[in-house]
Design a protein around this ligand. Structure first.
Ligand SMILES: C[S@@+](CC[C@H](N)C(=O)[O-])C[C@H]1O[C@@H](n2cnc3c(N)ncnc32)[C@H](O)[C@@H]1O
Length: 230
């Protein structure tokens, strides 16, 4: 008989609000640039992957995100989904090793991010801080699967047909675990035909590994000071 692992408590994020952004003490890096959280995520992830257009012409779009963080990518993706306003289902799957608590999130939104139509409902529906897969129905057409734990080990349990990959770990120099070739190799197994990806990191290693995983890689002008890969 297969043993079903018991969910283990997971260590929440250690972070602080700092000069218009949120700083991770654990990774010594920023969750988003000082130029604006939601605007950055929309540019680097939602627009680079042409999501609004894809919602218009698809019945279902599956997004796989590496690093759920404050949920800004989810909220920006939901904005594009709402604008497309058709019957497309948004199937949003995200890994997170150190989730922020609901209190931390509420503080970040009220102090630095600002209001967003879906922020409070996202926060209220977040699962307990236990490892494993958590499925949350945010609306009849928006399903969130949050996978709490280390992406490198949890990805082995994931069976999905992914249309869009969001690589939003902290910088490869500060957090190698989200940028390993083993992780990128899993993309071949999970990618649907026509899958795309984007990331704010234009590091040579990241570009080479995504090429090896079968993606055609281009660099475009980034948000603020950074470059964007897609
Ligand atoms: C730049 S933040 C992500 C910001 C987020 N995408 C957003 O829209 O708010 C990077 C996230 O990756 C998570 N992370 C770091 N290493 C991880 C790992 N090995 N597995 C899963 N998540 C990880 C961090 O805890 C952090 O929340």
């Amino acid at each position: 008989m297969k043993r079903i692992p018991w969910p283990a408590p997971i260590m929440p994020a250690v972070c602080k609000i700092e000069e218009d952004t949120v700083h991770s003490t654990t990774f010594n890096d920023l969750y988003f640039s000082r130029s604006g959280g939601l605007a950055e995520k929309r540019y680097v992830f939602v627009e680079a992957n042409h999501l609004e257009e894809r919602f218009r012409r698809s019945r279902k779009v599956t997004v796989l995100e590496f690093g759920f963080g404050l949920g800004l990518n989810l909220l920006s993706t939901m904005d594009a989904h709402t604008s497309a306003s058709n019957d497309c289902v948004l199937d949003y799957v995200a890994f997170e090793k150190h989730p922020l608590t609901k209190d931390q999130l509420r503080e970040c939104f009220s102090e630095v991010i600002g209001t967003h139509a879906h922020a409070e409902s996202m926060i209220t529906n977040l699962p307990p801080l236990l490892s494993g897969f958590h499925r949350i129905v945010l609306s009849p057409k928006v399903i969130l699967t949050l996978i709490y734990g280390d992406a490198a080990s949890s990805i082995k349990e994931l069976d999905a047909s992914v249309d869009v990959f969001y690589l939003d770990g902290f910088s490869p120099r500060k957090n190698e675990d989200l940028w390993t070739s083993q992780l990128f190799t899993s993309f071949r197994r999970l990618a649907a035909s026509g899958a795309t990806f984007s990331t704010y990191s234009s590091a040579g290693d990241v570009r080479r590994r995504m090429s090896y995983a079968g993606f055609d890689v281009r660099v475009k002008k980034g948000f603020g000071q950074k470059k964007t890969c897609w």
